[in-house]
Write a protein that binds this ligand. Sequence first.
Ligand code: IFM
Length: 475
Amino acid sequence: MSDRFPPGFLWGAATSAYQIEGAVAEGGRTPSIWDTFSHTPGRTDGGDTGDVAVDHYHRMREDVALMADLGLTAYRFSVSWSRVQPTGRGPAVQLGLDFYRRLVDELLDHGIQPALTLYHWDLPQELEDAGGWPARDTAHRFAEYAALVGAALGDRVEHWITLNEPWCSAFLGYASGVHAPGRTEPAAALRAAHHLNLAHGEATSALRAALPARDQIAVSLNSAVIRPLSPDPADLAAVRRIDDLANGIFHGPMLHGAYPANLFADTAPVTDWSFVQDGDLRAIQQPLDALGLNYYTTSLVSAADPRGADPRRADARADGHGASAHSPWPGAASVAFHQPPGERTAMGWTIDPSGLYDLLLRYTKEAPGLPLLITENGAACEDGPGPDGSVHDPDRIGYLHDHLATVRRAMEAGADVRGYYLWSLMDNFEWSFGYGKRFGAVYVDYATLARTPKSSARWYAELARTGELPLVPKA
Ligand code: IFM
């Protein structure tokens, strides 16, 4: 097998607005749900907030120069909705658009292709106050915002992503409550999922009308790879149920114009789905130019044993998204989550590159002809500077190497993968975990905000330069 990627393959890194920008009260920006949530005592580790984050808003030029130095050919960032349209409705604020225009121009000047995500979890607080994603109007507001950003930047941004990981917005935001807005209402989470789907469809239509024909539109799904604890039919049924709630609930309507066959029955005790209106599925299923997949780990599930007698099933619940007394899986009380075996990252997520292979081959089959992008992949590690100030992160290099070798293998098996975005360019605000988890290829000293490329950044730069997987250096 060749370790060489085809010419033109995009070598990118990804970030999101709330995780890096800071400057939360500048240029007319108003609070998003993450400002409110992170300022609520007890919601994030150490009470960390994105008020300053890594101050990218003020250091944007330095950060783009760093990307150029690393030889990146693409950069995926998100737009803060409340910086551009503070109340979530009405005209855009020019200062907000100007920041992203400067960023895009800086990227283009350095030969880096911008990939713009419209929504990475930071809903304007005013829209949450009006009901948030469980309210249908939020989808219409999102389409309006998409049109504004499309009209302003469509001439210079070719790669567009509507939503990032809508599963997290719906189920961590409204069911388990470990993400903003922190609500624990399972029925609202399912409504939110439908309205996020609708938002994606309506925004895609709005973008098509606003963008030049060459521009590409995609969505980024954190598609889960779910494995059964045993071949027992009850465990296989648990996989099917979680797969519908994690994957089918989004890719079903978006790619195939239908919700999974069993989803409504599985969730009947929670909601009757009467919020799905005639015409919604048609509006959601819009032709896409690529499918973005974010991949970190696999999940292991079984049927829940009500007696708790099976020791294989006595593990603590481990679905990797932070502790909550409330499940992020409405209608799935009959399923137990287990920690998959194997080494883990600092998030506690099991390292399993074979899951990425399965995912790429799955969508090659389920969405034939649709190019794939890996819009996030990476690892949190316990990084820190050595005595000479340099930061060595061999574990991250190992993780990236093994996942990218798997991508290459999947491509040889027929997956049409066009690009890879490492999560993340630099250490940043890891949501409810605050600044305690470092995903960056670039180390950020949070006291001084100085940036230092880690050894993984140099390794990745070599890959971007040659298109060939460099060896993993000996520890
Ligand atoms: O940091 C997040 C990102 O915002 C969305 N995908 C997963 C990453 C790591 O948890």
